[in-house]
Design a protein around this ligand. Structure first.
Ligand code: AMP
Ligand code: GLY
Length: 426
């Protein structure tokens, strides 16, 4: 079959690498892709939210599967667009419907869904301009720290953890009255702070059945030792040692199963990945967020560890046959380390020439492109997060050492990476 993969980051380069190994894929196209994705398919210059452009391309190229990487097209309804058009309704779309994507698109929707289905999460209340005064009173009486979340998509910036009431009141006022996060933040979820270790859990569902994919830990802070501002993710590891079989069984019974059953009970059409961000508080998992897609950079460690033919698994998802699939996970450990532009996550320059990408001395290491583009025949930087270097090893430290070694062979002006990722598992 012919496949169109939507997106252009490290997640999509990793998916393209994996799809390329499938015997079921004839031609792979990536819209828009990056400077790495042409290794495994053909880039087509169509924006991720240009549904009409994607549909026209799919019809002209006999595409029968559309795999959606990022959240924006999902939250904007790419699934419904393809299903509602008679000439594209036959295309298998991997991703939830617009309504189901609200699990990521609206924090208030996600919290209410969790409450309806008794899924453990932090206690909360939601407020908007009509309940502004009540919100002020709620904050004044709330224990510290206090967590404020813009309701809608805010490019990873919409969550504030405030250590005093004055800061929380000021931020709440900025969000509601001055639209600090635009429309996305004119509704605010205020919730209890959970103190614990985070875990990224990935599930693939066909709406009825589900399979659990390898789990991962994401490193969000820019600095060594988890210091400094948050980023989109500086690296990831899989497996995560504390998430053993017993813990994952608890997560499955308390969180995953009620989530999938909840989707079914509410007739929310969902054939795709569910990414559950959770916090482990004294052995008990609590959901902090749902995402309706795979994580980035988590994809760069979980997809390489899956040994199944990914397209066979995704076909089963689209055809509601996931009960026939057993996920086979590599015993190897995987670590990915991101090379980012100097200055990121704040202002940074792009267009820097990247050298060392064709170094092949480590056979267990893969260089996935995140923010790159071609300038003539040179690969140059095009974003904050530039490359994700993933290695396999017999344990996390061995994998981490290889990714670090490979990163030392790569160079672009201002390049930075965290040298500590994965080493705490020594
Ligand atoms: P989110 O945008 O929902 O992924 O939140 C961003 C980050 O904020 C999470 O990865 C957590 O580190 C943190 N966070 C969110 N909610 C809470 C909470 N209730 N308690 C503690 N930390 C939280
Ligand atoms: N790594 C976190 C995310 O993809 O949202």
């Amino acid at each position: 079959m012919n496949i169109l993969l939507v997106g252009g980051g490290g997640r999509e380069h990793t998916l393209a690498w994996k799809i390329n190994k499938s015997s079921l894929c004839d031609q792979l196209f990536i819209a828009p892709g990056n400077a790495g994705t042409p290794q495994f398919g053909i880039n087509v210059p169509i924006a991720v939210t240009d549904f009409e452009g994607q549909a026209t391309f799919c019809i002209a190229n006999n595409i029968t599967m559309l795999i959606v990487g990022p959240e924006e097209p999902l939250v904007k309804g790419i699934y419904d667009y393809f299903k509602n058009r008679p000439d594209t309704a036959h295309i298998e779309v991997i991703g939830p419907s617009k309504e189901a994507a609200q699990l990521e698109g609206s924090k208030a929707f996600a919290k209410a869904f969790m409450q309806r289905h008794n899924i453990p999460t932090a206690a909360y209340q939601e407020f908007d301009s009509n309940s502004y005064e009540a919100g002020i009173a709620y904050i004044r009486n709330h224990s510290l720290p206090i967590v404020l979340k813009a309701d809608g998509l805010a490019a990873g910036k919409g969550v504030l953890i405030c250590n005093n009431h004055i800061e929380a009141l000021a931020e709440f006022q900025l969000m509601i009255q001055q639209s600090k996060f635009g429309e996305a933040g004119r509704r605010v979820v205020i919730e209890q702070f959970l103190d614990g270790i985070e875990l990224s859990v990935f599930v693939l569902t066909d709406g009825i059945n589900f399979v659990v994919l390898p789990e991962a830990k994401d490193y969000k802070k820019i600095g060594v030792g988890d210091t400094g501002p948050n980023t989109g993710g500086m690296g990831a590891v899989s497996p995560v040692p504390f998430a053993d079989a017993a813990y994952m069984k608890t997560v499955t019974e308390k969180i995953i199963r009620p989530t999938i059953e909840g989707l079914q009970k509410e007739a929310l059409d969902y054939k795709g990945f569910v990414f559950i961000g959770l916090i482990n508080v004294k052995g008990e998992p609590f959901v902090i967020e749902y995402n309706c897609r795979l994580g980035d950079p988590e994809t760069e460690v979980i997809i390489p560890r899956i040994e199944n033919d990914l397209i066979a698994v995704l076909s089963a998802t689209a055809q509601q046959r996931l009960n026939e699939i057993e996920i086979i996970t590599s015993k190897q450990s995987a670590v990915t380390v991101m090379a980012v532009s100097g200055g990121y996550p704040n202002d940074h320059e792009t267009g820097k020439v990247i050298n060392g990408l064709d170094d092949t001395r480590l056979s267990n290491t893969m260089i996935f492109h995140a923010g790159t583009r071609l300038n003539g025949d040179q690969v140059v930087t095009s974003g904050g997060r530039v490359l994700a270097v993933t290695s396999f090893g017999n344990n996390l430290v061995e994998a981490a050492e290889q990714s670090n070694y490979m990163l030392e062979q790569i160079h672009f002006d201002g390049m930075y990476f965290r040298e500590d990722i994965g080493f705490e598992f020594r």
